[in-house]
Design a protein around this ligand. Sequence first.
Ligand code: SF4
Ligand code: SF4
Length: 188
Amino acid sequence: MNQFGFYFDQTRCTGCSACRVACKDWNDIPAGPENWMRITYTEKGKCPDVFVSYLASPCWHCDNPMCAAACPVDAIHKREEDGIVVVDRDRCLGNSACDEKCRKACPYHAPQFGPEPGAKMGKCNLCLDRIQAGKKPICVDACPVRAIDAGPLDSLEKQYGRARTAAGFTYAKRVRPAVVFKPKPTSP
Ligand code: SF4
Ligand code: SF4
């Protein structure tokens, strides 16, 4: 399998949310709490020695996706050809019927739901439509500081290295997320 994944340069990200907004727009996600790309924030220290960093958090298309294992109706599967983890919303039972088993199983809480009762699960599919058209995911193109890249994981590792952790992110060995980082140093 030619596993696809993400690269995230934490030294560049300013937390501007352009990737999050572009993702909602491209994927027709209604206004509200459902965000397939989330931005989290880490702050440490005391003024004037303060450390601040951001983390873009989509789905990491794990090698061992616990979300898929947890789904009682096999609505989630990992594609053989590129390792992208996708959800079949027609099969999904909805959050109230199954108590969001996929979101609870995911160490990164990537599965997302709208506010309505019975909302079906949605999450990042690496913009599969764009990948299949030979393009990058919309978050990559939308980022004004080029903090995100995506593509075959072995190519990303060759270009950017193999760092698997960053501030605010823990590499979960049990799922093996498909991501490499340029982490922000916590001290100069
Ligand atoms: S990040 Fe979460 S939702 Fe995405 S494949 Fe991994 S376990 Fe599943
Ligand atoms: S919410 Fe849907 S996709 Fe998630 S575990 Fe339940 S049935 Fe499966």
